[in-house]
Design a protein. Sequence first.
Length: 565
Amino acid sequence: MSDFDDEKQNKQLDEIHKQEEEELVSILAQSKYNLPYINLMSIGIDNEALRALTEKESREMNVGCFKLSGKNIFIAVRSPSPDLLGKITDEMQRKELVPSFYMASTASLNKVWARYAEISMAENTKMGGIDISGEVLRETVKSVEKMQDITNLINGAVAGKEIHKISRILEIILAGGIAIKASDIHIEPEQDNARLRLRLDGVLQEVAVFEMNVYHLLNSRIKLLSGMKLTTKIAQDGRFSIMEEKEEISIRTSLIPGAYGESIVMRILDPKSIQGKIEDFGIEPYLFSIIQEEISKPNGLILVTGPTGSGKTTTLYAFLRKIYSKEIKIITIEDPIEYHLPGITQTQTNEEKGYTFLEGLRSGLRQDPDVVMVGEIRDADTAKIAVEAALTGHMVFSTLHTNNAAGVIPRLIDLYVNPKILVSALSLSMAQRLVRRLCPACKKETIPNEEDGKLIKMVMDNIKDEGKKLSDYNLNPNAPIKMFTAVGCEKCNMTGYKGQIGIFEAIKTDEEIEKIIPENPSEREIKKVAAKQGILSMRQDGIVKILNGITSLEEVKGVVDLNEE
């Protein structure tokens, strides 16, 4: 006679009851409530969706928020009465979220509720990101004035015994990065530990070192936030957002596998960082007047060149904000959309779906735009259509990979743009670099050594030889050469620098340039003709900023070849 296994029997009965409930809910969803049915037992729960309602609210209303996509939030409901759905809809709309309802079983809701244990209750959500905007962000920002403050807060959190220690560490890292205006956060695993570095004014600075157990927990937490796969060890990209009062700060996340783990880089896309006026970018007055004139025209092609991280996108956004009005339509094609600009139609390329810069430009031109911004001209077809758009009454802004402004014309000709057409389309070619500003609180005046003195004098003589007046740039040609060097103080995190400024050059397509374009000129020939336009070259602009105490010789040498004619 076989033994009767009560535990096994009860488990089987429990499974049958669960299956019966799933079938009943599925039938009721369609026949009675006209809602889609969902079984969450085989679906991942989005931690960020949970924060739309507290655990208490979720349990009391017998609902569960399980997915968040942009402003769309997906909510499972056990008993969807009209009053309940109306109440939840009102609550979501106050948070600027759009709800979609699904009918689900008790088992599905229990799975959602169990996930509340994984999130820090110090965080709330708006529009799909972690919100450390209330007390957490403000208090952290208040206590962060310099890099060392972030280090101290992190070390304190690591040593503490908080239940949500990892969430707290991540809050400090993100709030600290925002407070000191860092552009990127790097978390890099090594053999025995992981290193945290922040990029401030273009330069990485070490902040803290973690034990590997903390790194692994941070890694998982960041993957969850960014919508990445937890188990795979492949390169991944993701994104999440932080709400700072009414401002949404996007965090773009990149992970790549390495020898000791995945290197994590989080780019802080703070809208405030691009809200500076073009007048404050460091563009010298004469060039600024030319730019204002050119971007205000109804049509033309304006190209900005420079390496990655030289501020090209920020410059193009500044152009768009400068010319924006309710009377014109502006469309952008970007990869990716880093900052959202009000009143402007922004689209993002998607190679998998065939929406490339080329296809985006073609589609955008069918939208009857006045102004089009293309993130980058990468190929011959995009170059050709951009030029044609400029000829057919559109203002086109874009970027191109060349070393200087003179390289724009040869590069476009290399991309099979007809030189005769280019003459009429190209309005302005610009090049730029970013250098750090000397900290005004601690910079020190110094006299250059003999070699540096000769270099500076050579560039100053070059400015005069081209018919430009040094006095126009606040320089006295007869005074001894003086410059400033970085020292370092608490106000600049001991770096000697605070903030960044641009070094610019530009070539206007005037009558003289128009004459030589059909001859496929070299960069040297273009520079020679452009020297008569009265615009400073990048090396000249760099020297002017050095002599005016804005930046240092070392900074300019790092981005521009001062010996190049």
